[in-house]
Each structure stands twice: as C-alpha cells, then as structure tokens.
Design a protein around this ligand. Structure first.
Ligand code: GDP
Length: 367
C-alpha cells in the first residue's frame, strides 16, 4: 500500500507531501548532518533549501569543490545582491554568484576592490569561492539598531577622497568630518576635493579651517577645469575611494576623470542613493593615467561609527597635535572639564568653533 502511494507521488511531482512525510525527510537530513554527510551549517533555512534543491549541496565546501584548473583570480568591480561583476586577469568581465550561506568559507562578503577566487562550474557559470584578506577598507556602520551589520564601501584602497562643493550645496562640515574620522580610524590618507570654485571669489573661512587638518586639499572646478591636473596627479597609481553628498559634482568629476564611467553608471545606478546593500553598489574604474577610482553611491551620511565616546574624544581629528592627548583627565570629553586642552585651544582661537561644534554633534549622536 505504502509503496504504491510513494510510486504515485514519484510519478506526480506536483502532489503535495503530507506533513508526516515532510517531517521524516527533515529528520533524515538531520541524521545525515550528524553523520557528517551534510555540511556543518546547522541553519534551519539551509536544511530546508538543501532538501528542496539538492544542487545546493554541490557548494557545501566551495574551496575544495573546484579543481585548480577551474579556479580563477579576479578583481571585484561591482557588487549586487547575489552577484558581482568581476574582472579576470585576461580582462574579461564576468558575473559571479556569491551565496550568503557560505560566507564562512568565503571569509567575507565580496566588496568592490576585493581580490577574489572564482570557481567555474561545468555550465560555464562563475561562483565566488574565496575573498582574499583585505589590506584596507572603508567601512560604513549599519543602522543604529544594527551597528554590527557593517557595509564595506570599498576594499584594498590607498586613500579616501571626499568631494565637497564650496557653494550649491554649501560645504557640509558634519558630512566631511565623519569621513575624515573614518579615514583616520582606518589609517587611510584623506584628500578633500573642493569643487565649484568658479562660484566663489575666495575660500570660505569654515573651509580653510578644515583644510588645515586634512592630509591634502585640492580646490577644483569642473566648469573651468581649474585644479584638475593637480587632482589627477594625486590619484595617479593609487586606489582612491570617492564619496560625496549628492549635488556636489562627484559624477561630473568622475566622468571627467574616467570617460568610460558615464557608460557604466547609467545602467546600474539606482535612484535610491541611501546605500542599501541590495540596491546600490560602489563601482571601480581604471584611471587612464594608472590607478583606480572606486565611486561610492550617494550616501546621505556615513552613520555613527562604532566607537566609544571616550575614544572619540581622544582621537577626534585636529584636536591634538600629533594625536597626543593632553587634557588633565584621561576621560575628558571636552565639555566642561577642568584642564581641558581642547577648550583652551577653542578660547584662544587655535581651534575653530565649527570644528568643536562638529565634534559635539558626533558625540551627542552617540549618546
Ligand atoms: P553629484 O550628485 O555629486 O554626482 O553631482 P552632479 O555631478 O550631478 O552635479 C550636480 C550639479 O552641479 C550639476 O548641475 C553640474 O552641472 C554642477 N556642477 C558640477 N561641477 C560644477 C562646477 O565645478 N561648477 C559649477 N558651477 N557647477 C558644477
């Protein structure tokens, strides 16, 4: 009787299985797992998918599944929800899948700028099977309630370039400051690019104050082409990640630096520039003179960095010369404490009010 009904089911795959049979199958998967026949991901969702789609088992150990001749090295140009664009050593660009369930084996989710190993399947499909260790990265923290869900905006970079405009929109101190802080925390040099110089006769004071504390600042105009040669020189031979608020002229600038950028961005860019992992991606471009540019999507703000208030007070860029903390109390937050060097510098005019206020905004946002 039972055999008969099984046969019937086999011949008619549309027929729904009873709950009891389903359970028996699940237990079977559990036993397989206990015997080590399944991979060691004890994830409920994975089990059920494993059962529904046995092909998934093929990637249970992606690093050993592919023969050496089926493994290729590549550079990640763009990352989407489940796939990424990868450039191989022969310059071919292919789309490769990556699976969230095998992130432990990958090492990390791929990010733009990553150097990866791809496996080629018999159907000529590509899968990311390993992400090589990064030498550096610019990381964006997750939302307030999910701080640990970090998003790597760019990997293996040499410097952070922030494009700001001197006018239209006005220079946004807080935005630039957060990136400066992030660059400092990641020990990456920071270049401030001030665009739209054609709109002002002289540099506004708040910006000149800021220029004093960054590694390099370059005043440019995409309109008059002023300063572009200096910028090209600073980018030559380096991997630079570009960020900037929308409207500052970042796209105009990148299209000028990389003529092929205009062709690629239009096709993949989404309107929602808030940077959700699913819809937006940074993009990597080669500079004609050598070096690369990673363009990050329009980010409204970098979000709060995962750093404790006391540490922030100690490393805030521009507060201490050579980062040597000189306040009387080691837990000084520079608010009203006695013997505070930061407030002393503020009253003597050595430190600008705008800079101090920017610090207070970041500090308050943390509490
Ligand atoms: P994005 O949002 O940062 O990518 O900004 P866009 O590149 O789209 O530029 C925003 C606006 O600024 C556009 O209307 C550009 O034409 C304009 N723009 C870009 N660079 C300059 C510049 O150097 N001077 C002036 N006056 N306008 C510029």
């Amino acid at each position: 009787m039972i055999e008969n009904s099984e046969n019937e089911k086999d011949s008619d795959p549309r027929m729904k299985m009873s709950r009891r049979e389903n359970r028996a199958r699940r237990l079977n998967v559990k036993q397989m797992w206990e015997r080590g026949a399944l991979d060691d991901h004890l994830v409920k969702e994975r089990w059920s998918r494993e059962f529904k789609n046995p092909r998934l088992k093929k990637i249970k150990n992606p690093t050993t599944h592919f023969e050496p001749e089926n493994k290729l090295e590549g550079l990640v140009l763009e990352v989407h929800r489940r796939t990424c664009e990868v450039r191989l050593s022969d310059n071919r660009v292919v789309t490769a899948e990556y699976k969230a369930t095998v992130v432990d084996e990958l090492g990390e989710f791929p990010a733009v700028g990553d150097s990866v190993v791809l496996g080629v399947t018999s159907e000529e499909k590509y899968a990311v099977i390993k992400v090589h260790t990064r030498r550096s990265s610019l990381v964006r923290p997750g939302p307030r309630d999910r701080l640990r869900q970090e998003l790597v905006l760019a990997a293996n970079i040499d410097q952070v370039v922030i494009v700001a405009s001197v006018e239209q929109p006005a220079f946004n101190y807080g935005f630039v400051d957060r990136f400066l802080l992030a660059a400092n925390l990641n020990r990456l040099p920071f270049i401030l690019v001030l665009n739209k110089m054609d709109l002002v006769s002289e540099m506004p004071k708040a910006i000149t104050d800021f220029m004093k504390i960054v590694d390099q600042s370059i005043a440019i105009s995409c309109e008059t082409k002023e300063g572009l040669d200096e910028l090209k020189k600073a980018l030559q031979g380096k991997v630079s990640v570009f960020s900037g608020q929308s409207g500052v002229g970042k796209s105009t600038l990148i299209n000028h630096l990389v003529p092929e950028a205009a062709l690629r961005t239009g096709a993949v860019r989404h309107k929602d520039g808030k940077g959700r992992h699913t819809t937006t991606s940074s993009s990597l471009f080669d500079l004609p003179g050598g070096g690369m540019v990673i363009d990050t999507p329009g980010i409204r703000s970098l979000g709060l960095l995962n750093i404790d208030s006391n540490d922030l007070a100690k490393i805030f860029p521009g507060f201490f010369k050579e980062e040597l903390f000189t306040c009387k109390f080691s837990n000084c937050l520079h608010i009203s404490e006695i013997g505070c060097s930061v407030r002393k510098a503020l009253s003597s005019g050595e430190l600008s009010q705008a800079r101090y206020e920017s610090y207070l905004r970041i500090l308050n946002a943390k509490e």
